[in-house]
Design a protein around this ligand. Structure first.
Ligand SMILES: Nc1ncnc2c1ncn2[C@@H]1O[C@H](COP(=O)(O)OP(=O)(O)O)[C@@H](O)[C@H]1O
Ligand SMILES: Nc1ccn([C@@H]2O[C@H](COP(=O)(O)OP(=O)(O)O)[C@@H](O)[C@H]2O)c(=O)n1
Length: 235
């Protein structure tokens, strides 16, 4: 086991497999996994429940006034991964709907929401030994992360994976076309927004996992980790 712990940033497009890679890598290395997307989803869920977000409106001022009341935590679950908690309530299932995903994509364009969540994420990364996935981890949240990975695949592949995931969970999935539209809409908003747009960090290593399975992408990530830690130990 490598002595000195590092931080690992994994960014990428919606539903490309970055959380799966991050969770598997964290488990293999004995690192802490942080799902930054779940934090934006939890903020969106809070706002939706308050009626501050509807299909067409978003009450930014109400959200700005109350964002500091939103406490997001993670805790291990019986499946060996972790659940997301919003002010102490387990909201892991509630935050995985398309409505919340859309809400997250909208609230994530607000500077004051990003500022608050990035502050919490940076706090979580301070002690190192973290694998964090999202959109701006390698560029904004953990710019000094020793290892930065960037995962991508065509939107059709990613939508199919999300569709299959919902079916496997026993959730009656939305139509594939609706998931594809949601993926494309969020990718467009994520890459064109003014605040911390989704982009590959200059020092990130990219993987197109269209034809790489879950085991193969974990092996790739471990190879990248071993390469960087051997190099660091030689310095
Ligand atoms: N390399 C892969 N090949 C095929 N399916 C994958 C791969 N990585 C993840 N998946 C599956 O795709 C779905 C979305 O993965 P997830 O890790 O949640 O993506 P993201 O975190 O990027 O939104 C999950 O059902 C997951 O099991
Ligand atoms: N670090 C992050 C993570 C997510 N997000 C936003 O939050 C939304 C949900 O993130 P997610 O990672 O849970 O989404 P998926 O990739 O799982 O579909 C994304 O569509 C982004 O708009 C962000 O802006 N910054």
């Amino acid at each position: 086991m490598h002595a000195k712990k590092i931080n690992i940033a994994i960014d990428g497009f919606s539903s490309c497999g970055k959380s799966t890679m991050a969770k598997d890598l964290a488990r293999k290395l004995g690192y802490t996994y942080i799902d930054s997307g779940a934090m934006y989803r939890a903020v969106a869920l809070y706002a939706i429940r308050k009626g501050w977000i509807t299909e067409t409106t978003m009450d930014e001022e109400a959200l700005r006034e109350h964002v500091s009341e939103i406490k997001i935590t993670f805790a291990p679950n019986a499946q060996g991964s972790q659940d997301t908690y919003l002010n102490g309530e387990n909201v892991e299932d509630d935050i995985r709907t398309l409505e919340v995903a859309n809400g997250a994509s909208r609230v994530s364009t607000l500077g004051f929401v990003r500022k608050e969540l990035v502050r919490q994420q940076q706090e979580m990364g301070k002690e190192k030994g973290v694998v964090m996935d999202g959109r701006d981890i390698g560029t904004v949240v953990l710019p000094d992360a020793e290892l930065k990975l960037f995962v991508t695949a065509p939107p059709e592949i990613r939508a199919q994976r999300r569709f299959d995931e919902m079916k496997a969970k026993g959730i009656n999935p939305p139509a594939y076309e609706d998931i594809l539209a949601n993926v494309k809409e969020r990718d467009l908003r994520d890459t064109t927004r003014a605040e911390s747009p989704l982009r590959k960090a200059d020092d990130a290593i990219e993987l197109d996992n269209t034809h790489v399975d879950i085991e193969g992408q974990l092996q790739w990530a471990l190879d990248m980790f071993n390469r960087i830690t051997v190099k660091n130990e030689q310095n």
